[in-house]
Design a protein around this ligand. Structure first.
Ligand SMILES: [Fe+2]
Ligand SMILES: [Fe+2]
Length: 156
């Protein structure tokens, strides 16, 4: 029987095939140096968001384009610094733009993929509303993963 809350072996194979070209890139692996929430690195956070967005898409039959979904999820927080040390209280508002600029510099992105990265913090970034199924999924998956990471830290 199919598990609702995690990918089956075949689904995980599909996910890995899409994630590997980006997640295996040495520039992306730089995010392992930075903490996102609790003790989770930004790299691990982005992987969790990609996994969760892919899972939601499959379970809810949303029909999002999986290649773009996984790619933009992996790059959605590609801002490349530790936001705890940078001391900028507006990080939440402007990091999607920084992540998008970095991602666009280092990888080939479509306009739709750029929009997915820019809108992932909505409704905090009021003007950047997700405009695609993929964008909504990333925004939702990001909130689920962030809450889980913060809760895990508080309960540990
Ligand atoms: Fe973010
Ligand atoms: Fe995030």
């Amino acid at each position: 029987m199919k598990k609702v809350h995690r990918l089956s072996e075949n689904e995980f194979r599909d996910f890995t095939r899409l994630a590997k070209p980006i997640a295996g890139d040495s520039r992306l692996k730089c995010m392992r140096k930075y903490i996102q929430h609790g003790d989770k690195s930004t790299y691990d956070h982005c992987l969790s968001v990609a996994y969760t967005a892919f899972l939601l898409n499959r379970r809810l039959h949303i029909g999002a384009g999986e290649e773009s979904l996984v790619k933009a999820s992996l790059l959605h927080d590609y801002f490349l610094y530790d936001w705890h040390n940078k001391g900028d209280r507006l990080h939440g508002y402007h990091h999607p733009r920084i992540a998008c600029e970095n991602a666009q510099r280092d990888f080939d992105l479509t306009e739709k993929e750029k929009a997915m990265i820019l809108s992932h913090m909505w409704p905090l970034t009021l003007m950047h509303i997700p405009t695609s199924r993929e964008g909504w999924l990333i925004s939702m998956a990001d909130k689920i993963c962030s809450c889980r990471e913060i809760m895990q830290r508080r309960l540990s």
